[in-house]
Design a protein around this ligand. Structure first.
Ligand SMILES: NC(=O)c1ccc[n+]([C@@H]2O[C@H](COP(=O)([O-])OP(=O)(O)OC[C@H]3O[C@@H](n4cnc5c(N)ncnc54)[C@H](OP(=O)(O)O)[C@@H]3O)[C@@H](O)[C@H]2O)c1
Length: 301
């Protein structure tokens, strides 16, 4: 059954998660991270009940303020945040920092942001890997947080089948969610099926594929036919395929647009399915073939 924007999915930990979130990544420039407060507030007013943030985005405080200002009850907003790759040796402290930043006493979904552990980042952006700690050890710390009941579900992000296989060998708790880049040019069908078989919910970040996918003639033609925008068509494709999505808009009108999706036909969906060619658009390898310090082989991508 295709999802509708008002649906929720049941996570393996027993809680329900709204199938559409508004993201909250913002660049570390000017006032951008403080402005997340304003546009998270318009998102909550528009009807979003799931906000995706991360300690690494520097936007948790803004998200927390917006939720308070919205007047909504804490339990009416689902908050996802993430353990940074620089904090793998201080999981509990980093989690407490997130609670303080958000001004809440529990997190709905806490994710390991990346499998790799980064020891430090030079001024020029060069990352130094920390080899002494593995994501298997980090996951054991995540399990302790879940047992402490201050995270209602725990999961991972940017994990491949290869790394999930390693994790699951020693995990006591199966990750509830795997948040990955997923859009029409990167449909992740194999990973989706693997996660489904293990009871892990796949969540799509960069669900639009940005203007690159929005401007694809197939998307443009379907949008024209349905009198919808390309972004609406792409988000509708995700929901048709029962994928939880984390789009981001800082614009009130586009936030509302992303909640008002057209109904696609089976033929529309098949045409969009055919666009998949495994292209990463958000997190792609740099000139050294690395994504945040790891090779594609290490990532299992
Ligand atoms: N786990 C991870 O490693 C990871 C990585 C990347 C992202 N994320 C999460 O996923 C969230 C979303 O990622 P993303 O920003 O890459 O996703 P996205 O929603 O695919 O792309 C956002 C871009 O699309 C534009 N947009 C949104 N709605 C639109 C519409 N209806 N028409 C035209 N343009 C539209 C936005 O501009 P406006 O804001 O101006 O509308 C923005 O430039 C992030 O904020 C973050 O929370 C997680």
């Amino acid at each position: 059954m295709p999802f509708t924007v008002k649906d929720k999915v049941l996570l393996s930990s027993g809680i329900e998660m709204p199938v559409i979130a508004n993201g909250s990544w913002a660049p570390p420039t000017g006032n951008a991270r403080a402005e997340v407060r304003d546009w998270t507030l318009t998102a909550l007013k528009a009807g979003y009940r799931h906000i995706d943030t991360a300690l690494g985005y520097g936007t948790e405080k803004s998200v927390g303020l917006a939720i308070k200002e919205s007047g909504l009850k804490r339990e009416d907003v689902f908050i996802t945040t993430k353990l940074p790759y620089t904090d793998h040796s201080r999981v509990q402290d980093s989690f407490n920092e997130s609670l303080t930043n958000l001004g809440v006493d529990y997190i709905d979904l806490y994710l390991v942001h990346w499998p790799q552990c980064i020891a430090s980042e030079d001024a020029d952006g060069t990352l130094k890997l920390a080899s002494s700690i593995t994501f298997v050890e980090v996951w054991a710390q995540m399990e302790k947080i879940f047992e402490g009941k201050k995270a209602k579900a725990i999961g991972v992000s940017n994990f491949s089948i290869k790394n999930l296989e390693i994790l699951l060998k020693s995990a006591k708790i199966v990750p509830a969610v795997n948040q990955v880049e997923l859009h029409p040019y990167l449909a992740q069908n194999e990973l989706k099926q693997y996660c489904k078989d293990k009871g892990i919910i796949i969540e799509a970040y960069t669900p639009s594929g940005y203007s690159k996918v929005r401007s694809d003639p197939v998307i443009q033609n379907i949008a024209k036919k349905l009198e919808a925008t390309p972004n609406q068509v792409i988000l509708a494709w995700h929901l048709f395929k029962e994928t939880v999505i984390v789009p981001k808009s800082a614009n009130e009108e586009r936030q509302r647009e992303n909640l008002n999706l057209p109904v696609l036909s089976k033929e529309d969906v098949e045409q969009i399915d055919a666009l998949d060619h495994g292209e990463r658009i958000c997190n792609k390898p740099d000139q050294n073939g690395l994504v945040w310090g790891w090779t594609m082989e290490q990532l299992g991508w």
